[in-house]
Design a protein around this ligand. Structure first.
Ligand code: KIV
Length: 280
């Protein structure tokens, strides 16, 4: 293992040290290279893959094979970041045995460093079986996109005292089951703060305010590459799709107006060889 590689114990230790954890998604070689080079602590190969790369309407239909294909592309290039493989819907909610089998595939075939799965205390037995199999697990509570249909849509969670108490109970159950960290998605900031203070493992927020131990965003949202919608919690640092569209239009214009290729983009042949060809 690379000496600088971030490990699960390093991430857990951040709870004590207070150094904030940065986490971004990547799904392929060029993006993994960029995110790793920038020194981001955790790269999540999220099932958001389905929406931002594969063009599906949600994450539900993403398969294990699709996830593994993309995790491999990421884990092969990453030198420093911890690589998290996201368990897709249907891969861990059937039987505990199936969940352990699929988590093993993420590690063995995808070469992820650990896995993430969605769900609260109902998922604690699954988490503990996977952890017992030697695979570190990151939990994900609050808005869990895979079960958005059961939640009534992509809505902020934990807005009533009862729902907030349930979230705190979920966080504690996942910690007891062995999760090494928790993603908190779309939770009111004061509730995310209470959840963060209720557990000894780090929380990583997405739409969960500034008091989480770290922050995660979907990279394609952050750089403006996914344009179907931008959630309120996204900070868009650049609108890279405009830059890319501009370049594509310039190429089209150059081709149509014979400005590309120029001599410097073309190959030559010795004139005596060329003469032999033109003579034929
Ligand atoms: O799939 C994903 O990108 C995620 C993040 C939203 C945390 O689960």
């Amino acid at each position: 293992m690379d000496q600088n590689k971030i490990t699960v114990p390093d991430i857990k230790a951040r709870k004590k040290s207070g150094a904030k954890i940065s986490m971004l998604t990547a799904y392929d070689y060029p993006w993994a290279l960029l995110v790793d080079k920038a020194g981001i602590d955790i790269i999540l190969v999220g099932d958001s893959l389905g929406m931002v790369v594969l063009g599906y309407k949600d994450t539900v239909s993403v398969t294990m094979d699709e996830m593994i294909h993309h995790i491999k592309a990421v884990s092969g290039v990453v030198k420093r970041s911890l690589v998290v493989g996201d368990m897709p819907f249907g891969s861990y909610n059937v039987t505990v045995e199936k969940a352990v089998e699929n988590a093993n595939r993420m590690m063995k075939e995808g070469r992820a460093d650990c896995i993430k799965l969605e769900g609260g205390k109902n998922m604690a037995p699954v988490v503990s079986a996977i952890v017992n199999a030697g695979i570190p697990v990151q939990g994900h509570i609050g808005l869990t996109p895979q079960t958005a249909s059961a939640l009534g849509g992509f809505k902020v969670q934990g807005r009533s005292a009862e729902a907030a108490r349930a979230l705190i109970a979920d966080a504690k159950a996942l910690e007891a089951a062995g999760c090494f960290s928790l993603v908190l998605e779309a939770i009111p900031a004061p509730i995310a703060k209470i959840v963060t203070e209720s557990v000894a493992i780090p929380t990583i927020g997405i739409g969960a305010g500034a008091d989480c131990d770290g922050q995660v965003l979907v990279t394609h949202d952050m750089v403006g590459l996914f344009d179907r919608f931008t959630p309120k919690f996204v900070k868009q640092y650049i609108k890279i799709s405009d830059e890319i569209s501009g370049a594509i239009l310039q190429f089209k214009d150059d081709v149509e107006n014979k400005r590309f290729p120029e001599e410097k983009h073309s190959f030559t042949i010795k004139s005596d060889e060329l003469d032999k060809v033109s003579g034929t």
